[in-house]
Write a protein that binds this ligand. Structure first.
Ligand SMILES: Nc1ncnc2c1ncn2[C@@H]1O[C@H](COP(=O)(O)OP(=O)(O)OP(=O)(O)O)[C@@H](O)[C@H]1O
Ligand SMILES: [Mg+2]
Length: 335
């Protein structure tokens, strides 16, 4: 790989060198009288050779530089037209042009991924809405037509679907607020360990229902955060750990106090997340369980909100997982 600057410098040196050689030959002819006649004969040939050589070098260099740029322009035009599968395949040995090729290909890849997620999002929202609406529609139709008695159970089931729709709308509103550019954070000095402890206490009922063991260990770590929002994030991660860990499993929460950040880790011995799903779990409405069964509930919004809130604090949330073994979510919050 050579840099553009080096190539231009080398080409310029060659052209200058060729001109000097030509000039030397010429001056030799000029100074030696015995070649005077010869010079008269060769002068035009040497000059012509110099000119042809310089023009050829410039042409080759210009072609080498312009070809990938012209191709890049054509490829970006195709991307702008919505063809995200197009890739730049012209190999170039020039560092800057190679970087340009890589950047264009990366742009196409990123846009293609966004497009897939956008389609998935539309399909998921439609699915989330369709299921309760279909249930409500068929139940109410059967009751109004007298096919079904409006028993408390049936009315309850309708009410549950309405509640599910309501929860989904409020989740979307929460997500929209968390993703707003001007998310207002009411920051106070907060001990991450004490906060995790108080959030954990709220899960006592769910934990005992599933016979899950929860350990909280580590140390106090004072960070400047919006207490309510971070409590919401921790709550969401614990709720996921509870939801995706089979009965009798374990959850461990650890708080570490680092120089510049407080680190909170939530590990579970649950079902884990496959390698193919892991990169997408922080996307809106993404659920590893494609069947979107009601058993595990959830619309796939919790982690998207968690990521927005943590990012707004200048922190980071990451996930690691081993399918069948468990998952580990780590939140890092700057002090
Ligand atoms: N601890 C975990 N173990 C296994 N899978 C998990 C875990 N946490 C999250 N996931 C996977 O990531 C997906 C996205 O999680 P997220 O919290 O955003 O949504 P959800 O829990 O399905 O629904 P919501 O949080 O909106 O009620 C989940 O559907 C699940 O497939
Ligand atoms: Mg969740």
């Amino acid at each position: 790989m050579r840099s553009l600057r080096t190539q231009i410098a080398v080409a310029t040196c060659i052209v200058v060198f060729a001109t000097i050689v030509a000039a030397c030959i010429l001056s030799n002819y000029l100074t030696s009288g015995m070649f005077a006649a010869c010079m008269a004969a060769h002068y035009p040939a040497v000059a012509a050779f110099s000119v042809i050589f310089s023009v050829a070098m410039s042409f080759i260099l210009a072609r080498q530089i312009s070809h990938p740029i012209v191709k890049a322009a054509a490829v970006t035009e195709q991307i702008a037209a919505g063809d995200y599968d197009v890739r730049f395949e012209s190999p170039t040995k020039t560092t800057e042009l190679h970087d340009l090729v890589e950047a264009v290909n990366h742009l196409a890849g990123a846009l293609s991924k966004q497009e897939t997620l956008r389609r998935q999002l539309t399909a998921d929202v439609a699915h989330e809405l369709r299921t309760p609406l279909t249930t409500l529609g068929t139940h109410l139709e059967a009751m109004t037509e007298g096919v079904w008695e409006p028993t408390p159970d049936r009315l309850n089931s309708c009410h549950e679907e309405i509640l599910r729709l309501g929860k989904m709308v409020s989740d979307i509103e929460r997500l929209e607020r968390a993703e707003a550019d001007d998310l207002q954070l009411d920051k106070t000095e907060t001990d991450l360990f004490a906060l995790a402890q108080s959030v954990t206490d709220n899960f006592a009922g769910e934990l005992s229902k599933k016979n899950l063991r929860l350990d909280l260990c580590g140390e106090a770590s004072i960070v400047s955060v919006d207490k309510d929002r971070i409590a919401g994030v921790i709550g969401n991660l614990i709720s996921n750990a509870v939801k995706y860990t089979p009965d009798g499993g374990g959850i461990r929460i650890t708080v570490e106090d680092k120089d510049k950040a407080g680190i909170l880790t939530i590990e579970d011995t649950g079902i884990g997340i496959s390698e193919t799903d892991l990169p997408y779990i922080f996307e809106r409405f993404y659920r590893a369980d494609k069947s979107r069964t009601r058993g595990t509930g959830g619309a796939g919004i919790g982690l998207a909100i968690a990521k927005s809130v943590v990012t707004a604090h200048g922190g980071e949330v990451t996930a690691q997982s081993e399918p069948g073994q468990g998952s580990r979510f780590t939140i890092s919050l700057p002090k």
